[in-house]
Design a binder for this molecule. Sequence first.
Ligand code: SF4
Length: 97
Amino acid sequence: MPIEQFYRGIDTPWQDDASCKGKNADLFNGQASSAEDIMAAKAICLECAVREECLEYALYYNKKSGIWGRKTPEERAMIRQQRTIAEQSMKIVFGDG
Ligand code: SF4
């Protein structure tokens, strides 16, 4: 499945510059989950010019599967957890105001 179908219907202009565009989307959409497939997807992501946008999109929309921004679902969950801890720490130090 091409990446264009994977993203179909979503307003994501940054996808035009995605390194995975036209590649096998099964590497990215959670269908293929072997270590080799994850490594292959991450290798493509490594050269991607929109990796930050992709990761932030997945974090914002809480994507539960697939590789986004060179991160697995478990890695994204860890990022979300770290950000939550950082936000709570800032509130403790500086207050809610
Ligand atoms: S970071 Fe990876 S999954 Fe995201 S657009 Fe780039 S190549 Fe595709």
